[in-house]
Design a protein around this ligand. Structure first.
Ligand SMILES: [Zn+2]
Length: 276
């Protein structure tokens, strides 16, 4: 049976920690490198309910997209919710590893899974990594729809393709505008408006868009904007990562069983539409 360090070596070949942004905190959070790992669960957020789900399934390793700790801490006492997650996982013999911006920038990465869910044919990264001479890695993706469709149809496509959330899909732009080239960025992508405009995309789908950046992007003649829930735009990566890990582990002679959490960890749980 592979050890945690064997499985981490495979995970890090897929999502090299060196590809992570300088501010990020990726890799092993807790776990014994010599422990045996048979069952690996994937989730977006390392929250208590996800840790409970991992232990109920008997996971030996939980891989999350978001870091549990992004900044230095001087205590993991179970007096806080992060410390409680660490305690729960260690007591349950389950390691925790994070693949965050290294998974965003991988090829295939988080936005490839998002693009695939939307039915796009990817042509390249939205913001290519300067560290990749082949231009395949980077944040976000640009792709094309099989046929041009209205912005309203594209928004409906996104609502159907992504997991359900209280937010649903918010759109800025003329619903009848035809869209064909699409830029996507899983997670918060409002730093890439200029790249989305340069890419020639008709529409940019991302998450966590705020009033001023969105308003200014629209005024500047940006692509139409589609805003989905952050969790929903990253969730499609989990299946992709589970498949990639299973295949890469098998290629190195190791068998792991994977499971993808379907627990919605979007913090927004209900939405009240304005009366019409
Ligand atoms: Zn995210």
């Amino acid at each position: 049976m592979p050890t945690l360090s064997d499985v981490l070596a495979v995970l890090h070949r897929l999502y090299d920690p060196a590809w992570a942004e300088s501010w990020d905190a990726v890799g092993l959070v807790c776990g014994d490198p010599d422990a045996e790992v048979r069952k690996v669960m994937f989730a977006v957020d390392p929250v208590q309910a996800v840790a409970d789900e991992a232990l109920a399934w008997g996971a030996d390793l939980l891989v999350t997209h978001h870091p549990l700790f992004l900044r230095g801490v001087h205590s993991v006492a179970a007096t806080g919710f992060k410390g409680r997650v660490v305690h729960r996982l260690i007591k349950g013999d389950c390691a925790l590893a994070v693949a965050h911006t290294n998974a965003d920038s991988a090829d295939p990465g988080v936005s490839d899974a998002l693009a695939a869910a939307l039915g796009l044919t990817v042509t390249g990264p939205l913001d290519p990594s300067a560290a990749d001479p082949e231009g395949c890695r980077g944040i976000g993706r640009v792709g094309t729809l099989p046929e041009p469709e209205t912005l309203a149809a594209f928004a409906a496509r996104a609502a159907k393709a992504l997991p359900a959330t209280a937010q649903g899909i918010r759109v800025a732009g003329d619903p009848d505008r035809l869209v064909h080239t699409v830029a996507v960025c899983g997670g918060a992508g409002d730093s890439l408006f200029a790249a989305a405009r340069r890419s020639g995309a008709d529409v940019y789908l991302t998450a966590d868009l705020r009033h001023h950046p969105a308003s200014e992007a629209v005024e500047a003649g940006s692509p139409a904007l589609v805003d989905a829930a952050h969790w929903a735009t990253e969730w499609p990566w989990l299946d992709q990562a589970a498949r990639e890990l299973t295949a890469a582990a098998a290629a190195s002679g190791a068998t792991v069983e994977t499971y993808v959490s379907r627990l919605p960890t979007d913090p927004w749980v209900f939405h009240v539409p304005s009366p019409t």
